[in-house]
Design a protein. Sequence first.
Length: 302
Amino acid sequence: MRIGTRGSQLALAQAHETRSRLMEAHGLSEDRFEIVVIKTSGDMIQDRPLSEVGGKGLFTKEIEVALLDGSIDLAVHSSKDMPTVLPEGLEISTFLPREDVRDAFISPKAATLADLPEGAVVGSSSLRRQAMIRRLRPDISVVTYRGNLQTRLRKLEEGQVDATLLAAAGLKRLGLDEVVTSLLETEDFLPAVGQGAICIETRQNDRETLELLSAIHDRQTEICLLAERAFLKELDGSCRTPIGGLARLEGGRISFRGLILKPDGSEVHETSREGDAEDAAALGADAGQELKARGGPDFFAH
Ligand SMILES: NCc1[nH]cc(CCC(=O)O)c1CC(=O)O
């Protein structure tokens, strides 16, 4: 079985986690799996914010080509990086149990975002994080900041910025939890849709692979992601719109919160829904439609 992945350290950690879970679930040895590293356009472009190049899909296209032509059998992704519309013939069939969904605050200068001194510089490449920071701390200057996790942490150490925000889940998977200064609670700082959830993309009707994967699938995560991705799909018009969304499942009930922001943080529209787990997708879509209407056309125009 061939497992396709990007070559970043985070992507490799996620591919290894998937392989370990498959080995354990089925009592298979490591040599039954080959990890195939695929370079994507997103990996090759390092000098510009991805939102300027075309955003989502940049980390998946080449991998999806490999899935479709049969050179890999499954592809491991961060749900957060997945477009809401997939190529014909492919599907997200599997979600692993979700990691911590929160954003982590990392700084040698302050314990929390609120404690940063006036005029501090925060590095982030995420439009959502940039807009949320500007909304909470209009005095802070936000600079665009790309590169892999290790590069970003080094820039922080070198003092090029005073703080940065990264997904707690990615840091955990890399064994870098100890760099986290504090965690941003989701009440104040809503994560990206899909944050913390590894998903697996497969060919539709590839029975053998789907059967193998069903043993490691997490239904709870799938339900939450159904709501979040349906929400995102309604708003997807522009990848330059900062969007946050999070669903939680408890006792068969789903609760969802979503928001859209202006990039400068000057305007925000937030909504929430509660309902039956069975209605996850409809509930997310409904929340997305509400925010789309409230934001109006100019909210999404750039
Ligand atoms: N866009 C990059 C990306 N895609 C997924 C993660 C973290 C892992 C996850 O959310 O599952 C990250 C890095 C980050 O946002 O800090």
